[in-house]
Design a protein around this ligand. Structure first.
Ligand SMILES: *[C@@H]1O[C@H](CO)[C@@H](O)[C@H](O)[C@H]1NC(C)=O
Ligand SMILES: *[C@@H]1O[C@H](CO)[C@@H](O)[C@H](O)[C@H]1NC(C)=O
Ligand SMILES: *[C@@H]1O[C@H](CO)[C@@H](O)[C@H](O)[C@H]1NC(C)=O
Ligand SMILES: *[C@@H]1O[C@H](CO)[C@@H](O)[C@H](O)[C@H]1NC(C)=O
Ligand SMILES: *[C@@H]1O[C@H](CO)[C@@H](O)[C@H](O)[C@H]1NC(C)=O
Ligand SMILES: *[C@@H]1O[C@H](CO)[C@@H](O)[C@H](O)[C@H]1NC(C)=O
Ligand SMILES: *[C@@H]1O[C@H](CO)[C@@H](O)[C@H](O)[C@H]1NC(C)=O
Ligand SMILES: *[C@@H]1O[C@H](CO)[C@@H](O)[C@H](O)[C@H]1NC(C)=O
Ligand SMILES: *[C@@H]1O[C@H](CO)[C@@H](O)[C@H](O)[C@H]1NC(C)=O
Ligand SMILES: *[C@@H]1O[C@H](CO)[C@@H](O)[C@H](O)[C@H]1NC(C)=O
Ligand SMILES: CC(=O)N[C@H]1CO[C@H](CO)[C@@H](O)[C@@H]1O
Length: 840
């Protein structure tokens, strides 16, 4: 960069954030692309996008989620289209409620954001069967995602239906709508494709292009996507990705903000310092579009979770939490970064980045310049140790594993590891304990419950038998034991062996639950080896087999099947091993209470519920009670920590599967997690030794003010009286800001070397105020929110300043400088301000 250029920078005026915001509502506009970026009306755009899946929240939540995404600095909302939800039975469509795709797109449009519509229709997404309808699998000769005539015909019909629906509603960009991109297929290039799969993917690209959406199509992780389809990347980092053509921009469609949770595994989280580092590294190296997967994860209501073994919560450690509340500091830190990137957009939009200086393997400076007036630089330190970097005659300090953003090539507007956004600690506050006396109950019969049974001399495959209308399939048979069997006398119980089944099974012998067994995500197969007590005469064997969400992907996943798969035999008879596999089995689909819809006001009447004190630790038990909606508008959840495994309904709506009995092993958690260094899904995890999922989101809009019907179906045994209704709210807010952090972006100015101080901002939740200050120290405090400690340097006025400015207010803001604290407590050090405050 020339000195002349620097001088011209100094003359620049400040740029408002709004001047690069989305196109005027209702006006039609063109979307295209070239090597550098997507172009909107001919202008290159640098875009930040976030995934929000409409069926994972309620229509009542959508406007608030989208507005929080906009306030967080996103330009684009991404969603998949969920085929199984829209066509639950062949030719029968559903676009109502949580499935109202058009309404969702219009909420995005109303907010003035763009939309990336990932039609798929194969979507993976930790969703049941990867989003493809189960009826399609049951159609004759259908094989998913191959060069298969009936599969392609159904897929094309659905894709055209969605495209036409968007056209009719005028939702594409050229019609004045928000949709600027569409996606066909999904992550198909992650394993080597066979000839048939490859032919199919090329057909899919061509078919998509022929629908004439008027906006670019993308394929993610499809490295050979043919023109004009753009191939995009998904991962934790994408800086080293290159698209497959010089005419295509570098786009990142899934940047994992965290990771999904599965039963039995700890809860993954991703530090925002690392997430911001990954985003900036991507933009530093010619990136032009990136999407957070997820920005709001939400909830897998009903039986929509796939996997198998994905939990009902799909929180994902996303910037907006499962309940729709902002997650701090993640949301706020990314917001600050988006604002800094907006300042860089004029320079970045012009052309490719150039390596300005290379100061060893770990420190790089890249600058974008639009040749006349704008220059933006990204200084990266990929070493885990801090670094001091000289650039254009100035010196910059960078923490390890961080990137600084200089929208004018002079001043730092943002550093990925210096978080000025507050941390919020959330609480699940009990509102109503669901006392034992309030529950009524009804016990299911073990095994067959109606005459509608299927007999066969083998165990039938579960998906083709139950057609995914329910999680459950009973396999029953009987076993004769002669009075002369030695084991009846000699004390050695015979052993039941189920070679292989999936995903989980409850074994009942003579109506008693003997054992439950289940797989885990990634390894769904189960083997059972269990001693059983048998008596002389006829013994009943009843296996309740269940799916825990159908598999979401992998080659041939549609043909894998579930239920009992291997042989079943009993060892320990006088005459050796008894093979049960080939004897007669009676199958019954589902459980009775589900068939009768006991969870609805109408269906409930079909059985006699007992109001005697509810039994605990009893398998196959239905429980019901009523509760009033908590006051206020904090999000609501059920605490089901005492329950085993089953499903829950509120006023007839399924809030999903629960399984608190599936504890996370206690040894897999790391104590804390260093954001520095390459991240992966097992690096930072929590919740060890605890139930996989304790709290279950109950959308406010499903509640009446009084007498809400709660029904639980417990499969293995639990204690409903330990359940309660809770609300989620901010409990404590903290800040930790050093003097040398960047100033607020509102105070930042182009090229002026304007000395402005950073600020520490605190804000409680809606309707709350700051009630007390637990900790305040301006000096050299250390620690984290919840356990800050004073250092040797401490300004005695710290607490008084904070109390005066904050108590009684919803939010407060403190300039981090000695002047604010009446003098410098230690002149030769960089001071930090740490504060912890209570909200209520
Ligand atoms: C979109 O592009 C077409 C063809 O390049 C052009 O005729 C039209 O005016 C453009 N529309 C807008 C709104 O820029
Ligand atoms: C950015 O693009 C330019 C032009 O294609 C190329 O020379 C440069 O190496 C790229 N930079 C990075 C970091 O990929
Ligand atoms: C450079 O950016 C400035 C500010 O947005 C703009 O006014 C100018 O036209 C741009 N120059 C070029 C050559 O794009
Ligand atoms: C980081 O820097 C140190 C000191 O310069 C060096 O020894 C080390 O190899 C660098 N790399 C990494 C990955 O930490
Ligand atoms: C074992 O097999 C023999 C020969 O078939 C038969 O006589 C005997 O009754 C069997 N024993 C039992 C306990 O069924
Ligand atoms: C009891 O009888 C069974 C069947 O004959 C045999 O397998 C087992 O070893 C016997 N156990 C003892 C302790 O003798
Ligand atoms: C629940 O009942 C089973 C037997 O049905 C028993 O093995 C188990 O210990 C009981 N658990 C509790 C917590 O009472
Ligand atoms: C994930 O990261 C952790 C911590 O850095 C490391 O120990 C582990 O080997 C990594 N796992 C994989 C699959 O790379
Ligand atoms: C699961 O963990 C909780 C909390 O540590 C504990 O109370 C409970 O007994 C555990 N449950 C099982 C089935 O191990
Ligand atoms: C810093 O910026 C503010 C406005 O943003 C301006 O009023 C002030 O004069 C500037 N200070 C310096 C030293 O340039
Ligand atoms: C290749 C890969 O691991 N893809 C995963 C990316 O993340 C999404 C959402 O978590 C998964 O659905 C993909 O399987």
């Amino acid at each position: 960069m020339s000195p002349v250029f620097l001088v011209s920078l100094l003359l620049l005026a400040r740029l408002g954030f709004s001047s690069w915001s989305a196109v005027e509502a209702g006006a039609s506009y063109n979307v295209s692309y070239d090597h550098r970026a997507l172009t909107i009306n001919g202008q290159h755009r640098i875009l930040n996008s976030g995934s929000i899946h409409y069926p994972r929240s309620t229509p009542e939540m959508w406007p608030d989620l989208i507005s929080k995404a906009k306030e967080g600095g996103l330009d684009v909302i991404e969603t998949y289209v969920f085929w199984d939800q829209h066509e639950p039975a062949k030719g029968k469509y559903d676009f109502h409620g949580r499935r109202n795709l058009v309404q969702f797109v219009k909420v995005v449009q109303k907010a003035g954001l763009f939309m990336n519509l990932r039609i798929g229709p194969y979507i993976s997404a930790e969703w049941n069967f990867g989003g493809l309808p189960v009826w399609l699998h049951l159609e004759p000769h259908v094989v998913f995602r191959t060069d298969n005539v009936p599969f392609k015909a159904h897929m094309e019909r659905f894709v055209r239906k969605i495209v036409n629906m968007m056209k009719e509603e005028e939702l594409f960009a050229w019609q004045g709508g928000p949709i600027i991109l569409a996606q066909i297929e999904n992550e198909f290039g992650t394993w080597p494709l066979g000839t048939s799969e490859h032919a199919y993917s090329m057909w899919a690209a061509k078919m998509a292009d022929s629908t004439k959406t008027g906006v670019p199509w993308i394929m993610c992780l499809q490295f050979d996507a043919p023109d004009p389809i753009i191939n995009t990347f998904n991962s934790y980092y994408a800086d080293s990705f290159t698209p497959n053509g010089d005419n295509k921009p570098k786009m990142w469609t899934e940047n994992w903000t965290g990771w999904f949770q599965s039963y039995g595994k700890p809860t993954p989280y991703r530090p925002v310092e690392d997430l911001a580092f990954a985003v900036l590294k991507f933009f530093q190296r010619n990136g032009s579009f990136q999407n957070y997967y997820m920005y709001h994860g939400g909830t897998n209501f009903g039986r929509t979770a796939g996997g198998p073994f994905i939990t009902t919560t799909y929180d994902y450690d996303a910037p907006i939490d499962e309940y729709g509340l902002i997650r701090q500091p993640k949301w706020g830190h990314l917001k600050d970064m988006h604002q800094a990137l907006k300042l860089c957009e004029p320079a970045m939009a012009k052309g490719d980045t150039t390596l300005n200086s290379w100061l060893g393997p770990d420190v790089e400076v890249y600058a974008y310049s639009n040749e006349t007036e704008r220059c933006a630089a990204f200084i990266s330190n990929s070493n885990t140790s801090d670094a001091t970097v000289n650039f254009n005659g100035r010196s910059y300090n960078l923490p390890g594993w961080s990137i600084s953003v200089l929208p004018d090539c002079v001043n730092v507007a943002f550093n990925s590891a210096k978080i000025t956004a507050q941390t919020s600690l959330m609480a699940m506050k009990p509102v109503e304990h669901l006392d034992i006396v309030k529950w009524e109950w009804y016990r299911e019969k073990v095994g067959l419950w109606s005459g509608n049974v299927l007999a066969d001399n083998r165990c039938l495959e579960q998906i083709s038998t139950a057609k995914d209308t329910t999680d459950y399939l009973w396999y029953t048979t009987s076993l004769q034991v002669s009075e002369t069997e030695p084991f009846l006398e000699n004390g050695t119980d015979p052993v039941l062996i189920i070679d292989s089944m999936r995903d989980a099974v409850h074994v009942f012998i003579n109506d008693e639950l003997i054992v439950s067994a289940q797989g885990v995500w990634g390894s769904p197969s189960v083997q059972v080896i269990q001693p059983i007590k048998l008596h002389a005469g006829t013994n009943k064997i009843a296996l309740l087999s269940m799916t825990v969400g159908l598999q979401t992907g992998a080659t041939g996943y549609d043909l894998t099947g579930t239920g009992i798969q291997g042989s079943i035999y009993v060892e320990g008879f006088e005459n050796g091993t008894l093979d049960l596999s080939t004897q007669q089995w009676l199958h019954q689909v589902g459980v009775k209470g589900e068939k009768l819809r006991l969870y609805e006001a109408d269906g409930m009447k079909y059985v006699a519920w007992s109001s005697a004190v509810a039994p605990t630790n009893k398998s196959l038990t239905w429980y019901k009670t009523y509760f009033d909606a908590p006051g206020g508008d904090d999000p609501v959840a059920l605490d089901l920590h005492g329950m085993g495994k089953g499903q829950a309904w509120i006023n007839g709506q399924s809030i999903g599967r629960f399984w608190p009995a599936y504890n996370v092993s206690s040894d897999s958690c790391t104590n804390g997690c260093d954001y520095r260094g390459v991240f992966n899904s097992t690096k930072c995890v929590s919740n060890c030794g605890q139930p996989s999922q304790r709290w279950y989101h109950v959308p406010r809009s499903w509640l009446e003010p009084k007498d809400n019907l709660l029904v639980l179906f417990e499969e293995i045994g639990g204690d409903p009286s330990s359940s309660s209704v809770v609300v989620r709210a901010v409990d404590k807010v903290c800040g930790y800001v050093a003097e040398d952090y960047p100033p607020p972006l509102s105070k930042w100015s182009f090229g002026l070397a304007n000395v402005s101080f950073p600020q520490l901002n605190l804000e409680c939740g809606k309707g709350q105020t700051i009630t007390s200050i637990d900790f305040a120290s301006f000096g050299s405090p250390t620690g984290k929110c919840g356990n800050f400690q004073r250092g040797l340097c401490h300004s005695p006025k710290s607490l008084r300043v904070l109390e005066r400015r904050c108590i009684g207010h919803t939010k407060c803001s403190i300039v981090v400088s000695s002047a604010m604290f009446g003098g410098d407590p230690c002149p030769d050090q960089v001071k930090k301000l740490a504060v912890a405050a209570n909200c209520s």
